[in-house]
Structure formats: C-alpha cells, structure tokens
Write a protein that binds this ligand. Sequence first.
Ligand SMILES: [Zn+2]
Length: 174
Amino acid sequence: MPTHYCPQCWQEVSPEQAVCGACGATLHETNRDLVQRYIDALRHREPTLASLACTMLAELQDLRAVPPLLALIQSRPAYEVTCAAAESLAQLGDPAAIPVLWALMQDSNAMIPGRVAALRALTHFDAGTARAALAWAATCERPALRDEAEDYFTQTQVQAASRSPSPGQNRQKG
Ligand SMILES: [Zn+2]
C-alpha cells in the first residue's frame, strides 16, 4: 500500500482516513479538489514536499497533473524534485511528456540525477522511445547516463532470458 500524505500538513495518513489526525484537513474531498491541491504543492519551496506532491499526483492517476509537472521540470527545480516529477510522468504515461523528458535528458546544464531520471522515465513509454533514448544515452558524454543505459540493457537481457523457457514460444507481452 503506497503511503499517502495530507496535502495541508504532510503528515502520513491512511487512504481510508476522512480527516487528517494532525491538522484536521478534510481528506475525502472529490478527487478533483485533491488533485488541484497537490498541483499547487508542486511549487512548495521545500523540495521534499514538492517531491511528495509529485508522487501523490502519480498515485491519483489524473492526467490533469501532466502539464503542471512538465512546467515544473522546465523550471529546473531542485534535482530531487526533477527526479520525482520525471518518475511521476513515467507513471502517468501520457506521451505528451516525452519531448520535455527528452530535452531534460539532453540538457548539459541540468543536474545529472535529473538527466538519469529523465532517461529512466523515457524507457517507460513506447518501445521506440525507450530504444531511441537508450541509444542516445549509450553514446552520451556523461558516464552516469552511459552506465544507466548499460544497466538497463543488462537487466532487460536477464529478464528476457528468464522469461523465455523454450525457443519458439511467443514473446510475452509486458
Ligand atoms: Zn494534515
């Protein structure tokens, strides 16, 4: 069960709780209100809380979160916020995020953890995007990105090997 956080005081709350035990905020608002509150919290000046807002937006699976997450990435916030936003965009799965993630991955002025997070996120979209991103990273000037691409290829080979018990069997989808 993923952890939920109160959008007002950021205490951990359970998904079944109607009211936050710490600050009394109503938690069972309509999904729409809740999404908007986490969107507002993306600009929290405490990076930990802005990152939590990213995580909660992925959790709510509401595509209205995509444009504000993209704008957040383009504002180049603290790298941990960038990483959380990239991860959320991967989980939301809207291909509208691909160009922004691609630009982040290639931005030589951006912090490396954010660029690696962008690469990782890009591997969660369609196979063509994943391949192109990994191919770019494999020849990139930054060792961190090259290593990430190499790790990805190694892991998928291991997974593919453990997934195909007999030759000629149809490749598993997924
Ligand atoms: Zn609270």
